[in-house]
Design a protein around this ligand. Structure first.
Ligand SMILES: [Zn+2]
Length: 458
């Protein structure tokens, strides 16, 4: 520790020395300029005029032409992303998402940003630009459009997902929805917005370079650095480096888990884990994941096809997402692999995979209803392997824990948490075997959480 501190102090001293060296140079430069001025042969009035003009241009730069960046949501919170960029008479918006209610928001389904400022300034808004199709970036669009109608710019899959929302809210006709490609640049008033190929858990994600009269703002959107992504959707590091070399005014970057050290696993490794779980499995497999994780769905499809299983889908958002992604060519699947959920009775457990929503333990989701025996079409038994292929978003842990508890009570085998770790280190025993093992040592067994109890005694 001491050594580190020493090094740090030394480094700071050097840096200070450099800083003061730079300052001295600046002073010298200024000094030179002042000295040079009297040597010119200009008349005094001309010089005064010039000084006056100089003042004016300074005023214009520092007082009038300011770029304002105003986050109306998404700062110091998870979700509800929306940022205003304002320069002179032009405003553009980046993203328009929802967040989900906190524990104390009883009776609230969705939380949307406060649009008051935008309603007041609606005539100045030149467009809404979307980075990717996650709910916390597109979920508020219909509520926004009901108050302010502006053109929207997004990539193909994102446009597809926004279209579903517009149809639901009957806003399709009046909305100007434009599809852009990764690499395109559009002009919105004094802003030029460049869409840079990015990599995230949903295809077609973009980072933005917002070119303004006072400099370039790089807005990364959500991203995941994955060198071996599915569909080779790597981030355009070249363009980002180029912008970095040219010099940007501001970098706006945020990513869930950014505080964690190390690297996120490549999406491809998750596919390998699915293969290991699927092969030789005699049970019905139920996989819960985010509806928007199209890459994950593709990998479930791949493992299902390789093991001759049919796939049924449960949960409205999952059905909508898979339909849209398949229609636009983002999920590659042979014919007749997907079956209607009503047809699962025609197949044995070994021939089936059910992809479902509810990986966050959301109270009304399909997986939660399955776990509590309230799902009308899927009845969980000891012959189910349930894979929860998503880590809980901060705050959702207890909901997920409850779902896992309920599934294990029924006797289902549950694989959860970080999928690869779980697979490597742990195979869940059927509930019956666990109870037997426990009762061999203790007559009374009690814990507030079934999930923890199960592993204590395994
Ligand atoms: Zn996202």
């Amino acid at each position: 520790m001491e050594r580190k501190n020493e090094g740090f102090v030394k480094g700071r001293t050097n840096a200070n020395r450099m800083k003061s060296a730079v300052k001295k140079n600046v002073k010298k430069e200024v000094g030179k300029e002042i000295k040079r001025l009297p040597r010119t042969n200009r008349k005094p009035r001309e010089m005064a005029q010039k000084r006056e003009n100089g003042k004016k241009s300074e005023d214009v730069v520092f007082k009038k032409n300011k770029l304002k960046i105003i986050p109306l949501g998404g700062l110091q919170e998870v979700g509800k992303n929306i940022t205003v960029f304002e320069y002179e008479n032009d405003i553009i918006l980046v993203d328009c998402g929802v967040s989900f209610p906190e524990d104390d928001m009883l009776g609230i389904d969705l939380v949307i940003p406060d649009f008051t400022y935008l309603v007041k300034n609606k005539d100045r808004i030149r467009g809404l630009v979307i980075t990717h199709g996650h709910e916390d970036h597109i979920g508020s669009i219909p509520y926004f459009l009901k108050q302010i109608n502006v053109p929207i710019y997004a990539t193909k899959l994102t446009v597809g997902l926004i279209t579903n929302k517009l149809e639901e809210h009957r806003l399709t006709k009046q909305t100007k929805l434009h599809t852009v490609k990764q690499g395109d640049t559009i002009t919105l008033g004094k802003f030029q917005v460049e869409f840079i190929k990015s990599c995230h858990s949903i295809p077609d994600a973009v980072a933005l370079a917002i070119h303004t009269p006072v400099g370039v703002i790089v807005h990364t959107g959500d991203f995941k650095i994955d060198y071996t992504p599915i569909n080779d959707d790597t981030m355009d590091f070249g363009r980002l480096a180029e912008l970095g070399n040219q010099g940007v005014l501001a970098l706006m970057s945020d990513s869930t888990n950014a505080e964690r050290k190390g690297y996120t696993m490549s999406e491809r490794t998750v596919g390998e884990v699915f293969d290991k779980l699927f092969i030789n499995c005699k049970k019905r497999i139920v996989v819960a994941t985010f509806a928007s994780n199209v890459y994950r769905i593709q990998q479930i499809v791949n493992s299902a096809v390789a093991n001759n299983r049919k796939i049924a889908v449960s949960g409205r958002s999952m059905v909508n997402m898979i339909e849209t992604a398949m229609k636009l060519g983002y999920i590659d699947v042979p014919k007749n692999v997907f079956i209607d959920i009503d047809m699962i009775g025609n197949y044995t457990d070994e021939q089936l995979v059910i992809i479902t929503t509810g990986s966050q333990g959301e109270p009304m989701s399909a997986l939660t209803r399955m776990a509590t025996g309230e799902h009308r079409k899927v009845h969980i038994s000891a012959n189910d392997l349930v894979i929860i292929s998503a880590t809980p978003i901060p705050g959702n842990e207890k909901f997920v824990a409850k779902v896992i508890d309920d599934l294990m009570k029924i006797g289902a085998e549950v694989v959860y948490s970080s999928l690869a770790d779980v697979h490597v280190s742990r195979t869940c025993l059927p509930r019956g075997a666990k109870i037997d093992a426990c009762f061999g040592q203790a007559k009374i067994f009690y814990s507030s959480a079934w999930r923890i109890s199960s592993f204590d005694c395994a």
